[in-house]
Write a protein of this length. Structure first.
Length: 225
């Protein structure tokens, strides 16, 4: 079974080809928009893998949360390719894929949501515990047990998170970011079980519905109008 996975939830986009259990992963070119580079990268990577679109069994994409623009690009490309080649789509949660990539058993994912907020999710053996939420770092809900692994660039963006989590976290991976390889690893067994959607039903998971701060909000935190 072969599938294509797309991850553009942040500026660090990537794609991966799952080819009968083997992964071929490539990063999106830095300094250029994902909308500009994604399709050429997909075509060149498929060629490198010796595959065509007709050899794929499905297309997976990181559905979010993450950058609004990045999520729309990933979803739009996945939908367009799926329509064109009659393929099913497998949406995968961005934070869920990060939890898998961490290798931890009890994982807290903290992805910078900008605007003074962080996307937050907890996972046990890559299974979500509750819903993914967005909140201010000072309002982050704390687990009632220890031994957690905290991951994601939210830790570097908001140092207060380390202070709040110090009593329940035993390991830190602030460098961990969303990656298409983990999306492919989650999507492959789901595709095999028939857990996919039609292209028309694929949609990003935004978690919040606000793209940017208003002028008043920026001024209130010391920013510029």
């Amino acid at each position: 079974m072969n599938l294509l996975a797309i991850e553009t939830s942040t500026d660090l986009g990537s794609i991966a080809i799952w080819r009968d259990g083997e992964l071929l992963r490539r990063d999106c070119p830095a300094g250029r928009s994902h909308s500009e580079t994604l399709l050429p990268l997909i075509r060149s990577t498929l060629h490198e893998a010796g595959l065509g679109f007709s050899d794929l069994g499905g297309i997976a994409f990181a559905a979010g949360p993450g950058s609004f623009t990045g999520l729309r690009v990933a979803c739009g490309v996945a939908q367009g390719l799926a329509f064109a080649h009659a393929l099913p789509v497998i949406p995968v949660g961005t934070l869920e894929a990060m939890a898998l990539a961490s290798g931890g058993e009890k994982v807290i994912i903290l992805l910078d949501a900008r605007m003074g907020e962080v996307y937050h999710g907890r996972f046990a053996d890559s299974v979500p515990i509750g819903e993914v939420v967005v909140c201010q770092p000072s309002a982050l809900p704390l687990p009632d047990s220890g031994g957690w692994l905290a991951c994601g660039n939210g830790l570097a963006a908001y140092p207060v998170l380390r202070e709040r989590l110090a009593g329940c976290v035993s390991g830190w991976l602030p460098e961990l970011m969303p990656d298409a390889g983990a999306v492919a690893r989650l999507a492959a067994p789901r595709l095999a079980r028939g857990e996919s959607v039609d292209a028309a039903a694929a949609a990003p998971i935004y978690v919040r519905n606000k793209v940017a701060l208003t002028v008043v909000e920026r001024l209130a935190i010391g920013g510029k109008a």
